[in-house]
Design a protein around this ligand. Structure first.
Ligand code: TRP
Length: 329
């Protein structure tokens, strides 16, 4: 069976952007692929090295979020990234095969560097995290990587590194492919292009119903529309973008759009109907969350998965070292 490897940084609970970009895809693919999901605590430290407790505290949270959306812990292998030293070894070997200059052109890293104020002085670990992400994928012989659009430059780096490695040392590593979700990027509540924790414009998968309501009702809409009787704009309006994605009742969405354009519906009704769709989406997620809330059970799931992944990684690193003609003692 072909293998999937994907993962999340444990820096906070996962949000709807993760859901449409990657989680939904994982759930759909879990029966057809041997699915490995990484809790990427080492990568999370690359920009949170001064906040180790934040990373530690979110490991089980992110695991629980994955299970809550419908990933089956009986089928899926959940891995604690820091417990797989072979990834660090492969990272060092792969780092020889890409230039600093090329890494500096990665658009996602560039955007993140701006956001984090790393422009003048970027930590080396952060700068080269795409190399360690390539190792994350290659160390398990993964074929497919379901991710959001922002991750595509990283998967491209991984593909190039694998080709370069195989070109020099002989066919050893598997070249992965990316698979982007139905909605590769979700606009934020504030109309920022991307929903993200650091931009404080996210709806989390563990949002309380009170807070969900408060967030939806205060969402950004058409700024030029002052009264419900003013004709409104639907295109590029985040409330309608969300309706298109999350409201299953397409007739209702069409009706709302028509009335909005003509100035025959208030923002409150449009938002209340969106809220109802989101509540419907969240309901099964929150009941599965309750079912998997025992920290001991979650830790055991992670432990079992990590043990299995370790064995896979050991096989691959052996192959890598043989291919690289390293003396084996
Ligand atoms: N970079 C991903 C994120 O920010 C997390 C991640 C780490 C990952 N290693 C990975 C994703 C390997 C896919 C494959 O969400």
């Amino acid at each position: 069976m072909k293998r999937i490897l994907t993962g999340d940084r444990p820096t906070g609970p996962l949000h709807l952007g993760h859901f449409v970009g990657s989680l939904q895809n994982r759930v759909e693919l879990q029966n057809d692929y041997d699915t490995y999901i990484l809790i990427a605590d080492v990568q999370a430290l690359t920009d949170n090295f001064e906040k180790p407790e934040k990373v530690r505290d979110n490991v089980l949270q992110v695991l629980q979020d994955n299970i809550a959306v419908g990933l089956d812990p009986e089928k899926v292998t959940f891995i604690l990234q820091s417990a797989i030293p072979q990834t660090a070894e492969l990272t060092v070997f792969l780092a020889n095969l890409i230039s600093v200059n090329k890494l500096g052109h990665n658009p996602t890293v560039k955007t993140e560097m701006k956001q984090k104020g790393f422009e003048d002085s970027v930590p080396l670990g952060f700068f080269m995290y795409p190399v360690s992400q390539a190792a994350d994928i290659a160390i398990y012989d993964a074929n497919l990587v379901p991710v959001g659009e922002d991750q595509l430059p990283h998967i491209e780096v991984a593909r190039q590194l694998v080709r370069k490695f195989n070109g020099i040392y002989g066919q050893t590593l598997v070249e992965p492919e990316a698979k982007v979700g139905s909605v590769s990027r979700l606009v934020g509540l504030d109309n920022n292009a991307k929903m993200s924790k650091s931009l404080n414009n996210a709806i989390y998968l563990n949002e309380s119903s009170e807070s969900l309501k408060q967030k939806v009702m205060s969402m950004y809409t058409d700024p030029n529309r002052v009264r419900a009787t003013d004709p409104g704009k639907v295109e590029g309006n985040p409330v309608f973008i969300y309706h298109d994605i999350f409201n299953k009742n397409k007739a209702e969405v069409e009706d709302l759009k028509e009335r909005y354009i003509k100035g025959r519906v208030g923002d409150v009704e449009v938002k209340q109907k969106l809220l109802a769709s989101l509540e419907e989406l969240m309901e099964p997620i929150s009941s599965r969350r309750q079912k998997y809330s025992d920290q001991t059970v979650l830790t055991e799931i992670l432990h079992e998965g990590t043990k299995k992944a370790y064995a896979t990684a050991e096989g691959v690193i052996d192959r890598v070292k043989d291919a690289m003609k390293l003396l084996r003692l």
